[in-house]
Every structure is written in structure tokens, then in C-alpha cells.
Design a protein around this ligand. Structure first.
Ligand SMILES: [Zn+2]
Length: 113
């Protein structure tokens, strides 16, 4: 299974960060979803060329705004909008929590971030 971004632990360059930030559609109000406006997507999730590889946009956002993603951690969307890259809507969970809970995760419509 290809998991772009899983290995993103090294410092990234400014050009990559600038390209990423330029593809986010910010909401008018506070607290809304940051819609990924980049063209690339797969399985309902945004993708972006970042720091030398194609990566999941929400994982890049997490690394940029929150910090490194530990090995084996999935990034879960608490807002259930898979195209959202708002770091406040992203939560690092263990893979078993995310996948094991299946469709019952937080009463939600199971996401597999
Ligand atoms: Zn959101």
C-alpha cells in the first residue's frame, strides 16, 4: 500500500512549503475547514508534491503546522472532510485506532486517514 508522506521526517524547503500553502482555500470564518485546492487527489484525499515526493496533503499540513508524525501514526480528520487540511481538524492516532474502529470511529463515517 502506498502511503505518501509516511516517511516525511526531514526538514523541508521553503519552496515546497510555499507551494503547499498556495493551494489551500481558507474559509471566511474562523474554525472552518481549509479546503485543499491542489489538483491532485487520490481516494478522496488531496495529494501534493512536497519535499521531493508525492504526499498526502493533510499529512503535509500536520507536519508543517503541528510537528513530525511518529512512525505508525495515522492522521485522522475530526471534521470528516477528507479534503480538509486545517491542522486543528487533524489528529494523530495509532493505525489500529483509526482502522480498527472502522465505521464507528467517533460516530463518524469512517475515514482512513
Ligand atoms: Zn476540516
Amino acid at each position: 500500500m502506498s502511503r505518501p508522506g509516511a516517511e516525511l521526517a526531514t526538514p523541508f524547503d521553503a519552496a515546497s512549503a510555499r507551494r503547499f500553502l498556495g493551494k489551500i482555500r481558507l474559509p471566511d470564518g474562523a474554525g472552518g475547514c481549509w479546503e485543499w485546492a491542489g489538483g491532485s487527489r487520490s481516494k478522496g484525499y488531496g495529494k501534493v508534491w512536497f519535499a521531493g515526493a508525492m504526499r498526502w496533503a493533510h499529512r503535509v499540513s500536520y507536519v508543517l503546522f503541528v510537528g513530525p508524525i511518529e512512525a505508525g501514526q495515522d492522521i485522522h480528520h475530526t471534521c470528516h472532510s477528507t479534503m480538509c487540511v486545517n491542522p486543528w481538524h487533524l489528529q494523530s492516532v495509532t493505525r489500529s485506532e483509526n482502522v480498527g474502529e472502522g465505521n464507528r470511529w467517533r460516530n463518524g463515517n469512517g475515514s482512513v486517514s
